[in-house]
Design a binder for this molecule. Structure first.
Ligand code: SF4
Length: 283
């Protein structure tokens, strides 16, 4: 699942697809028939099914009962041998994203995005760039999460979308074009990269001499489990307001907690993509 095509040494092998698979909830289905080993380096691992457990390895902070763990010496020979033994697909297979696209553009961590910050600031000032949306967070299997795909599809051409975490797999294969040479969809990475989004917001606010809440930047978040909730709490701690959260509110948000979140942070749940976009862009 890693954006391995962003790494130059892997990129030079044209037979490597780069990205395989989508969000966590599809693991059991997507791993079932691939003739290749799988290494978990971080993030959410689904219960490992019998029919592929001999091909799964973990390292670093991830581990799972009965699954081979690569220790801190990082000797990957077992995985390499497994890859050779399994042999890969006999014939080339066309793999696509959820929307049928087969190109992903990745690698927009804060260092990369901030390198083009002057261009972004110029585009904001000239009106070529009207708004930036951060659409990210966990994905999940329940209905209602298509909101995020539709939201992204409906965003006007003069807006940028920053994305990260599992939710992005719902729309990261869409070709949204560019604004002044900057791709409209900037993939910042996985959930752990929420730091990048925060950093970009803070640096843009500094450069434009305003508060982060005064930027033309909106957070449209999807949550599923505790890490997403930690990220949400971090954003609130930083005083970020007007976050839209979905697909539903976490169960622990009691009416009293919700009142505080609304009163202090103007947080709201998502409604429909068009309604929410109109509301945000009319401000
Ligand atoms: S985005 Fe959420 S579901 Fe995906 S790996 Fe991160 S914490 Fe897990």
């Amino acid at each position: 699942m890693l954006p391995s095509h962003a790494y130059p040494k892997l990129k030079k092998y044209s037979h490597l697809k780069g990205n395989y698979g989508t969000a966590w909830q599809n693991q059991q289905k997507e791993f079932e028939n691939i003739p290749a080993p799988i290494l978990f380096t971080t993030n959410c691992i689904m219960p490992v099914k019998e029919n592929y457990k001999d091909r799964v390895f973990t390292t670093s902070i991830v581990s799972y009962p009965e699954i081979k763990h690569i220790d801190e010496n990082k000797d990957f020979i077992q995985i390499i041998n497994k890859a050779i033994e399994l042999g890969g697909y006999q014939e080339d297979k066309k793999l696509t994203g959820i929307n049928g696209g087969n190109t992903l553009t990745v690698g927009f961590g804060h260092n990369t995005v901030l390198k083009v910050a002057p261009k972004i600031i110029e585009a904001i000032k000239s009106g070529d760039l009207k708004h930036i949306f951060l659409v990210g967070g966990c994905d999940g299997a329940k209905p209602g999460r298509n909101y995020y795909t539709e939201f992204v599809k409906h965003t006007p051409k003069n807006t940028l979308i920053l994305t990260l975490a599992c939710g992005k797999y719902r729309f990261n294969d869409l070709n949204l074009g560019e604004i002044n040479g900057i791709p409209r969809l900037l993939d910042m990475g996985q959930c752990n990269d929420a730091y990048s989004a925060i950093k970009i917001g803070v640096e843009l606010a500094k450069a434009l001499n305003c508060n982060i809440n005064d930027l033309p930047l909106s957070f449209i978040l999807s949550w599923y489990e505790q890490k997403a909730v930690c990220i949400l709490l971090t954003l609130l701690y930083l005083g970020i307001k007007n976050i839209k959260l979905g697909p539903t509110l976490p169960a622990f948000v009691s009416p009293n907690v919700l009142n505080i979140l609304v009163e202090k942070f103007n947080i709201s749940t998502i409604t429909t993509p068009v309604n929410d976009l109109n509301e945000i862009l009319s401000k």
